[in-house]
Design a protein around this ligand. Structure first.
Ligand SMILES: Nc1ncnc2c1ncn2[C@@H]1O[C@H](COP(=O)(O)OP(=O)(O)OP(=O)(O)O)[C@@H](O)[C@H]1O
Ligand SMILES: [Mg+2]
Length: 270
C-alpha cells in the first residue's frame, strides 16, 4: 500500500479535482483505491455526491477513539472507496494540536490499513492551509503528488513545497517523504504562458514532472456540481482522457512497488 498526499499549500490549484479523478481513473484500472477527504471544506466528498455524513470522517480515528476501517465507505465505482469529510473534521485541528504525538496521528490511524493491505493506494486530498491536518498528511505519506497551476508563479510555489518536504524530513516526522510527482494543471493551449510555465518547471524538476498535463476544461469544473467524477460526467472529453492518461502514467511509475488487482500479492514499499 502506498499513501500519496495530493498536496500544495496554495489554494485552488486542482488538488481536489486531481484526487477525485485520479482515484476514479486508478479504480477503473482495477486498482484498489481509498480516497481520504482531509479537507474540512469537503469538496472531494461532495464531488461524489456525498453529503451530511456526520460521524463518518476520519476525526474519530485521528483522535484514536475509533478504528479507521469503520470509516471506509464504498462509492458507486468499483474498487473505489472513500473516507468523507464532515463537520467534525474542522474541530480536529484544535483537538489534535493538544496531543503530544500530534504530528503522527494520521500515520498511526492508517497503520491497520498498511497492515492488512486492503488497498493498493490511499490518496489524501489535503487542505490548502499548512495546518495540523496537512502536516499529518505529510507525516503519514510515502510521497507527495503536487498539482501546480500553469501560471506565472508556479516555480516559486514548488520551491516552497520542496522546502516543506525537507523540513518534514529533518524534523524526524517522516524521513522517507518524497516529492513523487508534479502535475501541471489547468493548461491553456491558447496561451504561450501555459507552455512557457510547463517548459520552465520541466527544466527545473525534470522527470518528476508528469508527462501528462491536465487541460483547462469547463467539464472538469462542472462535474462536481452533479456529484460525479469526470469519467462519469464526460467520459470521452479531454478532461477524462487526461486523468486516464495520468492514472496509466502513475501506475507505470509505481510498477514494481504495487501489483494492482492481485488480492494476495500487493506489497507496497512501506
Ligand atoms: N483542469 C481544470 N479545468 C478547469 N477547471 C478546473 C480544473 N481543475 C480544477 N478546476 C476548477 O478550479 C477550482 C479549484 O480546483 P480544486 O478545487 O480542484 O483545487 P484545490 O487545490 O483542491 O482547491 P483548495 O485549495 O481550495 O482545496 C474548482 O472550481 C475546480 O472545479
Ligand atoms: Mg481542495
Amino acid at each position: 500500500m502506498k499513501v500519496v498526499a495530493i498536496a500544495n499549500q496554495k489554494g485552488g490549484v486542482g488538488k481536489t479535482t486531481t484526487a477525485v479523478n485520479l482515484s476514479a481513473a486508478l479504480a477503473a484500472q482495477q486498482t484498489r483505491v481509498l480516497l481520504i477527504d482531509l479537507d474540512p471544506q469537503g469538496n472531494a466528498t461532495s464531488s461524489f455526491g456525498l453529503q451530511g455524513l456526520e460521524g463518518q470522517s476520519l476525526y474519530g480515528a485521528l483522535l484514536g477513539d475509533e478504528p479507521v476501517t469503520e470509516k471506509v465507505l464504498p462509492t458507486r465505482l468499483e474498487h473505489l472507496f472513500i473516507i468523507p469529510a464532515d463537520i467534525d473534521l474542522a474541530g480536529a485541528e484544535i483537538e489534535i494540536a493538544r496531543m503530544d504525538d500530534h504530528l503522527s496521528r494520521l500515520a498511526q490511524a492508517l497503520q491497520p490499513l498498511r497492515a492488512d493491505q486492503t488497498f493498493d493506494y490511499v490518496l489524501l486530498d489535503c487542505p490548502p492551509s499548512l495546518g495540523i491536518l496537512m502536516t499529518n498528511a505529510l507525516a503519514a505519506a510515502d510521497e507527495l503528488l503536487t498539482p501546480i497551476q500553469c501560471e506565472y508563479f508556479a516555480l516559486e510555489g514548488l520551491v516552497k513545497i520542496v522546502r516543506l518536504i525537507e523540513q518534514i524530513r529533518a524534523s524526524g516526522a517522516n524521513r522517507e517523504l518524497e516529492l513523487g510527482g508534479i502535475l501541471m494543471t489547468m493548461f491553456d493551449g491558447r496561451t504561450n504562458l501555459s507552455a512557457q510555465v510547463v517548459a520552465d518547471v520541466r527544466a527545473h524538476f525534470g522527470e518528476r514532472v508528469y508527462e501528462t498535463v491536465i487541460p483547462r476544461t469547463v467539464r472538469l469544473s462542472e462535474a462536481p456540481s452533479f456529484g460525479k467524477c469526470i469519467l462519469e460526467y464526460d467520459a470521452h472529453g479531454s478532461g477524462a482522457k487526461a486523468y486516464r492518461a495520468l492514472a496509466a502514467e502513475f501506475l507505470q511509475r509505481h510498477a514494481g512497488a504495487v501489483i494492482p488487482n492481485k488480492a494476495e500479492g500487493s506489497r507496497g514499499q512501506t
